[in-house]
Design a protein around this ligand. Structure first.
Ligand code: GP9
Ligand code: MN
Length: 630
């Protein structure tokens, strides 16, 4: 592009600069976007540009008058999008997504309060369109249209694409796997910008709509047969053991089983949990089954007994599906349900998903008193979190089902000096080294939590289900992990490291008669286990797991990457291992389970992709008072 090309583009560039700067001003004044570094600020600043260049650039393919009219109309429409987001944000404190837009309840809420939400200053968002119109009518010389050569167009688009990839590259460096994992809307807006975010949201939405449209109720027949054949009879003694009690579920961030009963320089990493296990049912062969959706995947497993997706976070991609989740089921039995987690409500699309799962209330960041002093790493420290959570839980009607999600033991495992109660390791992995003190801190926070539950009179009437959400130390640290555990971390060991602790604590029962359960199991088994403890039959419920207490429970679990573990074998990365020795053995040993593993994941995926639970009339859940009735 030469100097002489520029005047041809001046109207286009002027419009672009107007919207660009306007969008950035809106970011800074109307949205609450947390910026932690200059790089993030820079990405935020440039992120509207690529979309604007690409879209307004379409005018270059048009002739004369049309070109300028297109630019004005496009400016008007983009201003409209910005305007809609500003008003929406004022109400929902969130960015627009297509599914939320389609939820009529939300729109009715928004509509009725529009006059309250609308501010006259919002009209300033259209100021640039007025200026463009004025130029258009009053200063025709400025917009004189000259034909653009093919070469000039090519250069223009080359530059626009370069801006796009430059932005994407910086975003990817700042937040790896941003697009495949889709963590959070704020993060997307921050990195790829509001306009590209909308395109991305539309793409996600159309993909799942298409898959949903292609599915019909007949898709369910095979799956139902499979699930029926896999029903397990509940344990007679424990069925209904928690009838009428509160269920307190605690998701321990990034907590793997290897820390349990392990020491560093003679000190236990989890002294309190180790003692607590002695008064509980403990599951020492329990695996997480999460993938890219991490914590949210574990929540999905917990409440639905369905597998999360192999790619992306199901909380994001299918947050508006029909589900028959635990909170929804137990509502019919008088249970109030909630989630307590001191993070943005939109992180992992939780606000939308929790509605779909039937939760009554989400105590999110806004429910907590969070200050600089009581925060570390990702936010509110676990001790403070538990402390404030008990106060919040006390405000709830009983019996309740409450899920608490901790945060301090999250990568990069930051901790204030005063909270360090155990030495860091000295392996080559800084991540692993720092993990130990944060796990230790979480243990201490959990101890204070139980003590507060007791002091506040909630303990006796509650049962606790405590589990690790997913791994904290990835395979990238295998060498350091090997140093620490004193063995080489092969693929076999790596699979074994996917074990997370599961503790079920029933006051008055497990303290008198604790037990260790060693059948192979996973997060998929939590839902039927919890429902059975509440005395609710799962005969008509869609779930892939089975009651952990059932005598018929198979010693078998599938990980989301297709690996599986049985009583005797571990199958991972297309290799069959003997569990006792960890040595590779002939594939035929694992063969009988291979089909079952693949089948389970496939059926579960079909349910999620096809939104098949909308065809399922599973309303006949039964609760019995004292004895097992099926
Ligand atoms: C964020 C918390 C941690 O709210 O749940 O998320 P993770 O990265 O572990 O999925
Ligand atoms: Mn997590």
């Amino acid at each position: 592009m030469s100097k002489s090309s520029l005047p041809k583009l001046q109207f286009l560039l002027l419009a672009t600069i107007f919207i660009w700067i306007k969008t950035y001003i809106v970011y800074k004044t109307s949205f609450d976007i947390k910026i932690e570094s200059w790089m993030q600020e820079f990405i935020l600043f440039i992120n509207p540009l690529s979309f604007l260049l690409l879209v307004l650039g379409l005018s270059l393919f048009m002739k004369e008058k049309r070109r300028n009219i297109f630019i004005i109309v496009a400016s008007f429409l983009t201003s409209g999008i910005l305007f809609a987001n500003v008003v929406f944000y004022r109400f929902f404190n969130d960015f627009i997504t297509i599914p939320v837009l389609l939820q009529t309840k939300n729109m009715a809420d928004l509509g009725s309060s529009f006059t309250e939400l609308f501010k006259f200053s919002d009209l300033l968002l259209f100021a640039d369109v007025v200026i463009l119109l004025a130029i258009f009518f009053l200063k025709p010389s400025f917009i004189k249209v000259q034909s653009v050569t093919k070469k000039e167009r090519r250069y223009y688009y080359l530059i626009a694409m370069a801006v796009f990839f430059f932005n994407l590259g910086l975003a990817e460096a700042e937040r790896p796997q941003l697009l495949t994992r889709t963590f959070d809307r704020e993060m997307l807006i921050k990195n790829i910008g509001t306009y590209n975010y909308h395109l991305y949201d539309i793409a996600l939405q159309s993909k799942s709509s298409a898959q949903r449209a292609l599915a019909d109720s007949s898709s369910f027949v095979d799956i139902e047969n499979y699930l029926n054949a896999n029903q397990k009879k509940p344990n007679e003694e424990l069925f209904n053991i928690a009838n009428g009690k509160n269920i307190i579920v605690v998701s321990l961030e990034s907590t793997q089983s290897f820390v349990i009963n392990e020491t560093v320089n003679g000190q236990e990493i989890t002294p309190y949990l180790n003692d607590f296990i002695e008064e509980s049912y403990y599951f020492d062969n329990f695996y997480h089954q999460t993938a890219q959706g991490k914590t949210s995947d574990s929540e999905f497993l917990l409440d639905n007994s369905l597998y999360p997706l192999g790619r992306g976070a199901v909380f994001f991609t299918h947050g508006s599906n029909e589900f028959t989740a635990t909170p929804e089921i137990i509502k019919d039995y008088g249970y109030y349900s909630s989630v307590l987690h001191a993070n943005n409500k939109s992180f992992w699309n939780r606000d939308v998903m929790y509605d779909s799962l039937g939760y009554d209330y989400f105590f999110d960041l806004a429910s907590y008193d969070v200050t600089e002093e009581n925060s570390v790493g990702w936010g509110l420290k676990d001790k403070e979190f538990f402390e404030q959570s008990v106060d919040l839980m006390k405000t709830q009607p009983q019996p309740f089902y409450s899920k608490l999600i901790t945060l301090t033991n999250h990568f990069p495992f930051e901790l204030d000096e005063e909270d360090k109660m155990i030495d860091e390791l000295t392996t080559r992995s800084r991540t692993l080294n720092r993990y130990i003190p944060t796990v230790r801190y979480q243990d201490e926070a959990f101890k204070a939590f139980i003590e507060k539950l007791k002091a506040e009179g909630l303990y006796e009437d509650s049962i606790l289900v405590v589990y690790g959400d997913h791994y904290g130390i990835s395979e990238n640290h295998n060498v350091a992990m090997g140093e620490f555990l004193g063995k080489e971390i092969t693929s076999f060991e790596s699979t074994q490291l996917q074990k997370v602790p599961l503790i079920i604590h029933i006051p008055g029962v497990t303290d008198k008669d604790p037990e260790v359960f060693s059948k192979v199991s996973g997060q998929i088994d939590l839902k039927p286990t919890i429902l059975h403890m509440l005395g609710i039959s799962t005969k008509n419920d869609v779930h892939f797991g089975s009651d952990l207490f059932s005598e018929q429970k198979l010693s078998f679990t599938v990980l989301r990457d297709g690996s599986f573990i049985t009583e005797d074998y571990v199958y991972t990365k297309n290799t069959c291992y003997d569990k006792a020795t960890g040595l590779e053995i002939e594939e035929s040993k694992c063969e009988p389970y291979k089909e079952k593993a693949a089948q389970e994941l496939d059926y579960s995926d079909q349910i999620v992709y096809g939104d098949l639970l909308r065809f399922y009339n599973g309303t006949s859940y039964k609760q019995v008072d004292t004895e097992v009735k099926e």
